[in-house]
Design a protein around this ligand. Sequence first.
Ligand SMILES: [Zn+2]
Length: 211
Amino acid sequence: MKLVLIGCPGAGKGTQAKVLSEHFGLAHISTGDLLREQVKSGTPLGLKLKAIMESGGLVSDEIVSELLSMRIAQPDCKNGYILDGYPRNVSQAEGLGAIVGELDKVVLIEVPDKAIIERMSGRRSCPACGAMYHLKNNPPKTEGKCDKCGAELVARADDNEETVKHRLEVFHSQTAPVIDYYDKKGLVLKIDGTKGINAISEELIKILEKL
Ligand SMILES: [Zn+2]
């Protein structure tokens, strides 16, 4: 089974990818991880990538395609794989088609922006012990203080409302054409991402088992 998983930041895509990869015996491939592994490996390509990433540049679609081709040739991909975070635009989607052929499904985890903003802007963490909280879903007993060690809780700069809104805008403008592209091929499976993690996994597994 060849799947692509699409979902905005905070939609729970990584969690579902993990569940599906375990259930169906699929490799979970994140292009971000592939790039980081290359950089760590210190190969000539890795060194080149490191320089590009450190200067804030974008890694070309060509390089990512090449890494993907190598990755899916590995033995753990024999049952199939789930691509997480790729393709991000239509040109990458076309390139992907050239490498892997037809996909089985493109799973789109849908969560309204408002819910994502609430999820992410409510996150707080403890800088001392690493404990995580959420103002609404998992608040600390004393406002602003860590239950475990009493330290002052902080919000990640990435989680403030403006930043989250901006990331969502970028996501929608980039992925809307990708979703259209796959929709025309009849591949898109839309899942309501506001349900609990387990409910989403169960629904996905039930549908994908019938493919
Ligand atoms: Zn703490």
